[in-house]
Design a protein around this ligand. Structure first.
Ligand code: NAD
Length: 332
């Protein structure tokens, strides 16, 4: 039995992780969850935002699934997510998006994965004022060969493993010739070692237009940290919004799967939360663990449930979290 660290998070995190645990149990997934929590609720009880036992569990199991955590204001560091990403060098932010049945959107055949570099670039927030009057400020954009090469390889490996013939690299190298220029150059180099996979190059502004006019033509996108942050929300919006957007932060050794949305304090505890984003993240986790049959079984049950019109309020339905979960279990 593979052990996985379950970090429920807070806010709606409790409800959606309960849904996940119940579905995994009903589907007889050979995984044992080791529950360890972090965040404001844990801080109230223990005075620590991330307890030592959580680190130990993640380091032992190498794989975790995590609910959303409210970012505490003024308590040490900015975000637990950003902290874990950094600590474990989880350099690949993987964000797949696709159309789901029963969720009406403007486009019908979207199925694409964004590979966002997670550890460097301007997103890291290295900024300072340039003078005492604070009339001028600068931010550093640092791009390295190592950082670029490993994320680009992740994207190409994914394309190779999924039989896809094109990877699109998104950049602004026409203006940022050193930083984005290097990223693009490395994409060209890496692509040479993947026969049969074409490298498509698109400038980020053009990419935005292409994504809202013709998103079906993309399957794998690789880009730097800030562009990836923005583009992945854009794509999530194209397929139905935050409630259906899964994600993962993956390094060489450790991977943490999580929904993209936050702790939704406005609906927490009301049995209204949509567990889909966390469930879809868990399917990616099962595939990562090579438990593809279990992933497929749960996926089919989710698709059937949506086809039957059972969905939570954020998607225009009227099912509660527990009703939606129950229906998925019935459809397993
Ligand atoms: P949010 O994603 O929590 O909520 C935005 C809106 O979307 C809300 O109206 C919410 O009700 C709705 N929503 C989100 N997820 C939903 C779901 N699964 N089902 C139904 N409705 C859903 O964003 P926010 O309000 O800006 O953030 C709340 C807190 O979460 C903040 O402290 C933020 O820092 C934190 N946050 C954490 C993570 C994470 O842990 N990965 C990610 C983003 C935000």
């Amino acid at each position: 039995m593979k052990k996985v660290t379950l970090i429920p998070g807070d806010g709606i995190g409790y409800e959606i992780s309960e849904s996940l645990v119940e579905i995994f149990k009903a589907a007889k997934v050979p995984i044992e969850f080791e529950t360890e929590n972090a965040g404001a609720d844990v801080y109230e009880k223990t005075g620590e935002l991330i307890p030592n036992s959580l680190y130990k569990s993640v380091e032992k199991n190498k794989i975790a699934i995590k609910g959303p955590i409210t970012t505490p204001i003024g308590k040490g560091f900015r975000s637990i997510n950003v902290y874990l990403r950094k600590k474990y060098d989880l350099y690949t932010n993987f964000r797949p998006s696709r159309n789901l049945p029963g969720i009406k959107t403007r486009y019908e055949n979207i199925n694409l994965a964004i590979f966002r570099e997670n550890t460097e670039g301007i997103y890291i927030g290295e900024e300072k004022y340039e003078n005492d009057e604070k009339t001028s400020a600068i931010a550093i954009k640092r791009i390295t060969r190592k950082g670029s090469e490993r994320i680009i390889r992740s994207a190409f490996e994914y394309a190779k493993n999924n039989g896809l013939s094109k990877v699109t690299v998104v950049h602004k190298a026409n203006i940022l010739k050193f930083t984005d220029g290097m990223f693009l150059e490395i994409a060209r180099e890496v692509s040479k070692s993947y026969e049969g996979i074409e490298l498509e190059e698109l400038i980020v502004d053009n990419m935005c237009m292409q994504l809202v006019t013709n998103p079906e033509r993309f399957r794998v996108i690789v880009t730097m940290n800030l562009y990836g942050d923005i583009l992945s929300d854009l794509v999530a919006g194209l397929v139905g919004g935050l409630g259906v957007a899964p994600g993962a932060n993956i390094g060489d050794d450790i991977a943490i799967f999580e929904a993209v949305h936050g702790s939704a304090p406005d609906i927490a505890g009301e049995n209204k939360a949509n567990p889909l984003a966390l469930l879809l993240s868990s399917l990616e986790m099962l595939k990562y663990l090579k438990l593809n049959d279990f992933a497929e079984n749960i996926e089919n049950a989710i698709l059937k449930t949506l086809e039957e019109g059972c969905k939570t309020k954020d998607l225009g339905g009227n099912a509660t979290t527990t009703e939606f979960t129950k229906k998925i279990i019935e459809n397993l």
